[in-house]
Design a protein around this ligand. Structure first.
Ligand SMILES: C[S@@+](CC[C@H](N)C(=O)[O-])C[C@H]1O[C@@H](n2cnc3c(N)ncnc32)[C@H](O)[C@@H]1O
Length: 257
């Protein structure tokens, strides 16, 4: 592969061994959608992303994952990555020189549309539209914070977008990064087997999904709605649409506005 980006010392590509049940795993491609994650806890990746559909897609080379260990860029004998907050106060802040070097290494060889994101409770809330937009990019670089977060100048200097998992504070950005990557990777063409299921699921058409049922037909005295057993595709589609609208109206009226 001649046009593959040069590997830096701190970057580690996550390789999963192909399982016997997998389809033939193609060799990793230079232009495959790639996530580069800067973290103090590289061992938490791929984690759950290495399982199920996202894991299978990773083994098949439909997307690539690389971790950048922030510790490798630390200063001094102890590879320090943080220091006390200017102006005083509790906790520690990730140093701009350390994070800056990691970002510059992580963005080396990136191409096309490849945003840099910082997982942060101050950021734009992750939603389906964000996942869709990211899945259409060439890749993404994700910075996971720890302690009190990262020096503000890093965010300004590199034009980093802040992205939040929700209105709560976690101890680090890794869980949020996993969530964002899971939602994004499943939208990359070829990752999900049945493309139709993406079109019908919650948020794809601005609505929450209707209820789902499967066998047995009667469970603890509860029956599957009759229309779903009728075999009448038109009526099933109408029922699903009505249910989807009813549930959205009840639970998330904001989506209908
Ligand atoms: C303890 S938090 C820092 C919170 C920060 N001092 C504040 O009040 O906004 C440590 C790190 O966890 C991550 N984090 C915490 N909550 C998050 C959320 N809701 N979404 C995304 N990342 C989050 C961020 O990377 C953050 O730098």
């Amino acid at each position: 592969m001649t046009d593959a980006p040069k590997r830096s010392h701190g970057r580690k590509a996550i390789k999963l061994t192909a399982q016997p049940t997998d389809l033939m795993a193609p060799a990793p491609l230079a232009h495959v959608w790639t996530a580069r994650v800067i973290t103090l806890m590289p061992g938490t990746f791929p984690g759950i992303l290495g399982e199920s559909l996202t894991g299978k897609a990773l083994r098949e080379g439909r997307w690539q994952l690389e971790t950048i260990n922030l510790r490798d860029y630390g200063v001094g004998k102890h590879k320090n990555v943080d220091d006390t907050p200017a102006g005083g106060g509790a906790g520690m802040v990730l140093r701009p020189d350390v994070v800056g070097r990691a970002i510059e290494d992580a963005t080396e060889g990136t191409r096309g549309n490849w945003p840099i994101l910082y997982m942060s409770p101050r950021g734009k809330r992750i939603d389906q539209e964000m996942a869709r937009t990211l899945s259409a990019c060439d890749g993404v670089t994700i910075l996971c914070g720890r302690f009190e977060g990262v020096d503000e100048r890093v965010l300004e200097h590199y034009g980093i977008q802040e992205v939040s998992l929700g209105d709560f504070v976690m101890t680090g950005g890794e869980i949020a990064a996993h969530a964002l990557l899971d939602a994004t990777v499943r939208l990359i063409p070829g990752v999900l087997g049945n493309a139709e299921s993406i079109e019908e699921e919650s948020f794809s058409n601005g609505r929450l999904e209707h209820g789902q049922y499967t066998r047995p037909a009667v469970w603890k005295g509860r029956e599957i709605p009759e229309v779903l057993m009728s075999g009448h595709h038109g009526k099933v589609a109408d029922w699903r649409k009505e249910e989807s609208e009813r549930i959205t109206r009840e639970r998330r009226p904001d989506l209908l506005e």
